[in-house]
Design a protein around this ligand. Structure first.
Ligand code: ASP
Length: 334
């Protein structure tokens, strides 16, 4: 009897170990994304790319790969797609160039890496990873980041690689709006700017070993001026991961996300108060809203719970968790 009982116990333990949840969540930006402004064809393209990236990342996790590798794989696929405001297809600065920001954090070690204002790095997320693993620093900017990239054997691409006609038109519209209002400052009511804002990409993942990771990559905000850096490369604002709590990647009006310290604010609620992930994420997004900002976050916690709140009309997003949740959604009502 005793032997049967202990056998049962061993089997139960083995089963529960095998069933440790894993999964990921990704976003392709939050903003004014309404059904009326997205053609069926375009919507299908977004859904297909989000699905492709999600499943590529999930496959890595499923075969026992690291959360960090899944995050990099997902973000790289989205950076390579002109649909999103990251890598190819990034928004334009006021000077008509593309300047990219990205960051990554490993929840296992709390190591982090970030780059800001880079102009010739095809996949900024991979450079952020190199900064984390090889530079001895957390954040490198502009020319320095690109010198480091060359040292590490990255091939630099011309800035034109990132530029698309669609984004150039968005810049023209944003400039016209700003001129009509006689202000160069980004304006909450500036519809063109708000539409142009969406498209930042990010991913958070939990692997079978219980490790969390987060990564975010962006071209920033259309019409941004002289060296502006948003929240995406700021650890604790746009990106955060810690195995003890959760992994977070943000998208939205970066200035507000920096001021709230969004990603760390969510993790802190879990850490200090044991707040459930969904409540914590919603509370932090409400803080952004109270200041006048908008956007959203994707989060996954150490137990595989996910949360994807946003206070914009829509957010490009996808998720797949081993416990069953799976989807790709765009609008507020899915
Ligand atoms: N958060 C990004 C920034 O402010 C923009 C975005 O998420 O679309 O640079």
């Amino acid at each position: 009897m005793k032997t049967i009982l202990s056998l049962f116990l061993v089997l139960a333990l083995a089963a529960s170990a095998a069933e440790k949840p894993f999964g990921l969540v990704l976003h392709g930006g939050a903003g004014v994304i309404e059904r009326s402004s997205l053609s069926a064809e375009r919507e299908a393209e977004y859904r297909a790319k989000l699905t492709e990236a999600r499943d590529a990342g999930y496959a890595i996790l499923e075969r026992g790969g690291a959360a960090l590798d899944a995050v990099i794989a997902v973000v790289t696929i989205l950076e390579d797609s002109p649909l999103f405001n990251a890598g190819k297809g990034a928004v334009f600065t006021a000077d008509g160039t593309c300047e990219l920001d990205a960051s990554v954090m490993d929840g296992r070690t709390q190591a982090a890496g970030a780059v800001a204002g880079v102009k010739h790095i095809k996949n900024p997320i991979t450079l952020a990873r190199s900064v984390m693993e090889k530079s001895g620093h957390v954040m490198l900017i502009g020319d320095g980041a690109e010198r480091f990239a060359q040292q590490e054997g990255f091939t630099l691409v011309p800035n034109e690689y990132f530029q698309t006609e669609h984004r150039r038109q968005q810049l023209e519209r944003a400039k016209k709006n700003a001129a009509a209002k006689k202000t160069a400052v980004l304006d909450r009511e500036d519809h063109a700017t708000r539409i142009a804002r969406y498209g930042t990409v990010g991913c958070v993942a939990l692997d079978r070993q219980g490790n969390l990771a987060a990564g975010t990559s962006t071209g920033g905000m259309s019409n941004k001026r002289f060296g502006r850096v948003g929240d995406a490369p700021i650890i604790g604002a746009g990106t955060y991961a810690h195995n003890a709590t959760c992994a977070v990647s943000a998208t939205g009006w970066g200035e507000f996300f920096i001021r709230v310290g969004v990603a760390r604010d969510i993790a802190a609620q879990l850490e200090y108060r044991g707040t459930p992930l969904k409540t914590a994420a919603a509370t932090t997004i409400a803080k952004v809203g109270a200041l006048g900002g908008d956007g959203g976050v994707i989060c996954i916690d150490k137990d595989g719970n996910i949360a994807l709140p946003f206070n914009t009309a829509g957010m490009y997003r996808g998720y797949r968790v081993s416990t069953g949740a799976v989807g790709v959604e765009i609008f507020g009502d899915k």
